[in-house]
Design a protein. Structure first.
Length: 192
């Protein structure tokens, strides 16, 4: 991973980061302990690495680590609005989230296909909270201030299955488009 983001984090005031995010900071070890999507992570500023505290937990790519670093550096302490928006409703999103930045919800649709019960079990295993949307939908508290909803429509012989992510309206105040994409990729990989 590029050390630039770690250097940017080092230049931030740890007291402000702790007050905004609720994480902990060990100044002697130069480590932040932050819980993201119900998993504790160590952000080690000396070793330039992010380690899950659960040794069995694996992430698929560095995108998740970029999200964690950016969350620590820039997120705001805003309560969710309770209004869901798609990636296309976020300013600039209609242009950004296409081509190479298309959110890979096809991974979710492909994995679960016509098996809505399997989708529900997978979401429950990731501590999802059921929502009354689509054929099935779940809310995930990625952080206390950044919720994401995953919607699923079960496929059949006439129509393929479909999945979609929704974000709280405040996401645009927390994260830029590329970090929203990084978060979205991790959600799709975790379920797909």
């Amino acid at each position: 991973m590029d050390k630039t983001s770690f250097s940017d984090l080092k230049s931030c005031d740890p007291d402000l980061i702790v007050s905004r995010t609720g994480c902990q900071f060990d100044p002697i070890q130069a480590q932040y302990m932050v819980t993201v999507w119900d998993q504790p992570y160590c952000v080690d500023l000396k070793k330039y690495e992010i380690r899950p505290q659960d040794k069995e937990l694996k992430t698929d790519h560095e995108y998740w680590h970029l999200f964690i670093l950016y969350f620590l550096m820039k997120s705001k302490n805003l309560n969710p609005s309770g209004t869901w928006v798609s990636e296309k409703d976020i300013p600039g999103g209609a242009t950004f989230f296409r081509g190479p930045h298309t959110i890979p919800t096809n991974l979710i649709a492909k994995r679960f296909g016509e098996d809505i019960d399997r989708f529900k079990r997978a979401c429950e295993n990731l501590k999802g909270i059921p929502l009354e949307m689509a054929d099935a939908a779940f809310l995930f508290h990625i952080t206390p201030t950044i919720p994401v909803a995953v919607l699923f429509w079960q496929g059949d012989e006439d129509f393929p299955s479909e999945a979609k992510l929704l974000f709280d309206r405040t996401i645009e105040q927390h994260l830029p488009l590329d970090i929203i994409y990084a978060l979205s990729v991790e959600v799709c990989h975790a379920l797909g």
